[in-house]
Design a protein around this ligand. Structure first.
Ligand code: FEO
Length: 193
């Protein structure tokens, strides 16, 4: 009983130290779940690619998973830094097999579009609450999502341009490292303009 009272006191102290609203903390925690789920899904896709022999795509998705993990950590550090509690979520088991290599990138694009919408909803919320610090923190994610969607669009375009026969798919698989660096350098340059 004493422990419970102490826990409630601690929670009250934590909330009184928070520099963002409880609703904002909850919404950012939801975003942590999306990022964690994306990371796990990309690992599952990478693992499928590795099994099938799409080595370029496996490396691509494992790197993508590491990026999502980085996004999740950024959100965790932010919440903890503003005196809120970052909640580490349990994640549902992702799919373990896919129809084709192209379908994995379609899956990735859809997932990125969902994350982008969630980020925009968060930004809308900061504007409503006049929460300047979270607004400013989220701008990095807004730019990151543009880059990620562009990356998946560019890869899917390659399937339209080169075709979907075995040789074309092999060429796409092998080109992914250079596609990533091309998209990143283009986006980086446009951010500096
Ligand atoms: Fe962190 Fe790709 O969304």
């Amino acid at each position: 009983m004493l422990c419970e009272a102490k826990y409630i006191d601690n929670q009250k102290t934590l909330i009184s130290r928070m520099r963002i609203s409880t609703e904002m903390a909850k919404a950012i925690n939801d975003q942590i779940s999306y990022e964690a789920s994306s990371a796990t899904t990309y690992i599952a896709i990478g693992s499928w690619c590795e099994r099938i022999g799409y080595d370029g795509s496996a490396a691509f998705f494992f790197e993508q998973a590491a990026e999502e993990n980085g996004h999740m950590l950024k959100l965790i550090h932010y919440l903890n830094g503003v005196g809120a509690e970052a909640i580490i979520p349990a994640i549902e088991k992702p799919p373990s097999s896919f129809e084709s290599l192209e379908s994995t990138f379609q899956f990735g694009l859809k997932s990125e579009q969902t994350v982008t919408k969630a980020i925009y909803d968060l930004v809308d919320m900061t504007e409503k609450e006049k929460d300047r610090s979270t607004y400013s923190f989220l701008q990095w994610f807004v730019n990151e999502q543009i880059e990620e969607e562009t990356l998946f669009h560019t890869i899917l375009q390659k399937f339209d341009l080169l075709g979907k026969d075995k040789l074309a798919v092999y060429q796409i698989d092998q080109s992914l490292t250079s596609v990533r660096s091309q998209v990143m350098s283009k986006q980086g340059a446009s951010r500096q303009v």
